[in-house]
Design a protein around this ligand. Sequence first.
Ligand code: PLP
Length: 389
Amino acid sequence: MNNKELLAEWSESMQNNYGAPSIALVSGKGLVVKDADGKSYLDFLSGIATNVLGHAHPAIVKAVTKQVGLLGHVSNFYAHPNVVELAQKLKEMTGDPDAKVFFAQSGAEANEAAIKLSRRTGRYRIVAARGAFHGRTMGALSLTGQPSKREPFLPLLKGITHVDFGDIDAMKRAVNKKTAMVIIEPIMGEAGVVVPPADYLAAVRDICDLTGALMVLDCVQTGMGRTGDWFGYEYSGITPDVITLAKGLGGGLPLSAMIACGASAYLFQPGDHGSTFGGNPITTAASLAAIKFIEKNQLMGAVKRHEKQLLAEIALIPRVSEVRGAGLLIAIELTSPISNNVLVALRDNGVLVNAPTPTTIRIAPALTVTTAQINTFIAVFRKVMANVN
Ligand code: PLP
């Protein structure tokens, strides 16, 4: 089937919650994907910041193929070497010897787990950020600070307050000794890669310490090397009480985690929470393969180098007002609301990105991106910006 036929069948058989896609992708290798008409694209979105090693990476293919032929699923009645090794690895990354991990499949589920964990403090109130995205299940949607996504589904969870992201005084006013948790993203990804002031995370840590509220960092989008660090908050020097991860964690397979540090690692008791597929041997095999490849090939150093080039060169392109972000999570702010036209023109020129706001283009290429591919992206983007209206 070609693009047209697949898209017609999509509309016939899929619910209309996403709106209709524009092309159907059928294969990929590294950062190059092919659509059903045989056209190739440079993928600078990576399944929304997910395929950290690109498409069909040999390390992931090998690990998954081996595991699926050995033991595909065991449930949480039984331990499995992969889940144990990955949990140990994530503990190590936090630097906290007390950290403990819960696995699920999606970012929303990781945040749901954090909400339930925080209820075990005996408190229920939560403070989150306006504009934040934490997922679309009813609990995660209650945290999400975007009215258009929330309002059709009211009423949501009680006791949730949203404050302006980056505003330390607003956070101080909102958090008190009744607050179970504060949840923020190190960088708000879906809101358009919004970067907070440099001292924000440390200030929120102080507020949480004073009030006893858990500090939850939603690192679903910033995690797994994307910013040039494992989680995206390390520059701040703090340790949160809870870290949630998904997207890049599974190297393209559906895997998420809620990591609880310090005393919060002991809040859940047997029976408090669960997920049939959580910590599945295949998804954890993919995750371990991705992490080992990132470490062995020092990809996070390369990410920082690419960041420098992208920020410097894109800022010089006419009709770009700002380039912001960290590592390979970058927003290009345009001087007028033409982001959707830019997205379409880039796609027609063989480059995939996304447009989280009418003035913003977001790029999140795989960590394996080469300098030649970055150069190609910049050249195509420059050409598109010279022509699109
Ligand atoms: N948290 C953040 C920061 C996200 O960016 C997303 C998805 O974009 C989510 C949570 C929800 O993840 P999922 O779509 O896997 O439920």
